[in-house]
Design a protein around this ligand. Structure first.
Ligand SMILES: [Zn+2]
Length: 77
């Protein structure tokens, strides 16, 4: 069985490379928040892209469909 290791930032990759390895989707407002331009309450959700978050309840079919849509995955049936 192959051993899977979690990528970690090092001399060969940075934190963005690690996030990309996990197919991470960030809020479009992440940079503005991280640089102090906007407060946390104005950061749009990475999933529903609304501020405040308007996501369906965690784990529901609507929530899973939203996750799949944000990651560009075909809809599970
Ligand atoms: Zn949301």
């Amino acid at each position: 069985m192959p051993v899977t290791t979690m990528p970690m930032p090092d001399d060969n990759n940075d934190a963005w490379d690690v996030l990309a390895a996990f197919d991470t989707v960030l809020s479009a407002d992440f940079d503005d928040y991280a640089t102090g331009l906007i407060p946390a309450w104005q950061v749009r959700c990475a999933l529903c892209q609304q501020a405040p978050c308007q996501c369906p309840p965690f784990g529901t079919p609507a929530y899973i469909a939203l996750v799949d849509a944000r990651h560009g995955r075909p809809r599970q049936s």
